[in-house]
Design a protein around this ligand. Structure first.
Ligand code: CTP
Ligand code: MG
Length: 352
């Protein structure tokens, strides 16, 4: 029953929520860090304009979606006027811009022109004036990433207290527990954020968030305005209106939601059969019957990208990686539902 949900009382859940709020405040970057990063963006933009005058360098990822932690890296995307003639290819751009930045800045520069998404990696060691150092990836013409950043930003803006607190806590937790590393078979921050939004839109009943991609538009939309690279990127993005008009019928506290999140993904979500789609809810996995079944396919985590719907954001997660992640969800459940002196002690041991 309600009074013993997960073995905990409403008082404990209330205390847990307060602690989560306090905990997360300490994770935020300082004003100084935010302004140094913005200065870096402007500097890089100015330099790149010397080789491509129409270039704009825009932030995406955590520096732009409201889910930034201290010391998080910067994701930047270079857009050119598409009438630029000749329009450089991504790898040409990466090589030329890297050469320039190598010459004109103190950053360590590493071009990756042949990656699936070509990027330039920049880094600056910590120094007295920049105690957090800087790590920055510059991509090129990655317009879908700018749109999915705006989508996450809008979800965060609807219910900032609950959404941002949950996301920031889970990002920190996944980093501390070493399960936030697509290069090592676990899930990116972006993947965790999609899992949280999926949970808040499609699992919680009543929902905490509306489905922004399925809301009726305020005015007619023409498909040509909402297509990027052949993908429909429309979503309801009027933040002011959403804040004024959308009142969630769900009043769960942050502590309850966190506990439910861990419970859902450790026991209830069916990883074998289900695709988590924030656009369309629970979708069945459609395995191609003409192809031999990849032994990993049936167990792997499948998270549909909100716009690039054929893309699985969880595709980097290996069988072992998923096993580890689910083990961590279970560990988290166990810690939050067993006795600790204080809720703060539970959170600390969760992130050990
Ligand atoms: N992205 C994407 N597709 C992926 C992974 C990432 O489009 N498979 C884009 C998204 O726009 C995402 C951004 O890259 O917002 C950054 O991803 P990531 O680094 O995982 O998330 P951050 O919020 O920047 O988290 P962190 O602070 O850990 O860097
Ligand atoms: Mg990032």
């Amino acid at each position: 029953g309600y009074y013993r949900r997960g073995g905990r009382t409403p008082l404990y859940l209330f205390e847990l929520s307060q602690c989560l709020l306090d905990f997360v405040v300490q994770l935020l970057p300082s004003k100084e860090e935010v302004s140094v990063k913005e200065d870096v963006r402007k500097l890089l933009e100015r330099l790149i304009k010397t080789i491509e005058p129409s270039a704009q360098l825009l932030s995406f990822g955590s520096t732009a979606n409201g889910f930034e932690l201290k010391n998080s890296d910067m994701d930047l995307c270079c857009l050119l006027d598409l009438r630029t003639d000749p329009l450089p290819s991504a790898s040409q751009f990466v090589l030329r811009a890297a050469q320039l930045l190598e010459k004109e800045t103190k950053f360590a520069v590493k071009p990756l022109p042949n990656a699936r998404i070509p990027i330039i990696k920049l880094s600056l060691q910590p120094s007295p004036s920049i105690p957090f150092g800087i790590a920055c990836d510059i991509g090129y013409e990655n317009r879908l990433a700018l749109e999915n950043t705006r989508l996450l930003f809008t979800y965060a803006a609807i219910d900032p207290t609950r959404v941002r607190t949950l996301v920031l806590f889970l990002k920190l937790w996944s980093k501390r527990r070493k399960i936030n590393s697509p290069y090592h078979g676990t899930l990116s921050s972006y993947g965790y954020v999609l899992l949280i939004i999926f949970f808040l839109v499609h699992v919680k009943d009543p929902p905490v968030l509306p489905n922004l991609q399925q809301m009726p538009p305020m005015r007619p939309i023409s498909p040509s305005d909402t297509q990027i690279n052949g993908r429909n990127v429309w979503f309801f993005d009027d933040v002011d209106l959403l804040r004024r008009k959308w009142q969630s019928p769900n009043t769960d506290t942050i502590g309850e939601l966190l506990l439910d999140f861990f419970r859902y993904y450790s026991r209830e979500f069916n990883y074998t059969t289900t695709v988590a789609s924030i656009r369309a809810g629970h979708l069945p996995k459609e395995l191609d019957p003409t192809k031999p079944i990849d032994p990993r396919e049936g167990t792997s985590l499948w998270i549909e990208d909100p716009f690039e719907t054929s893309f699985n954001v969880g595709r980097c997660v290996t069988r072992d990686g998923l096993y580890t992640i689910r083990g961590e969800f279970m560990r988290a459940m166990r810690i939050l539902t067993t006795k600790h002196e204080t809720a703060m002690a539970s959170l600390a041991s969760l992130c050990e």
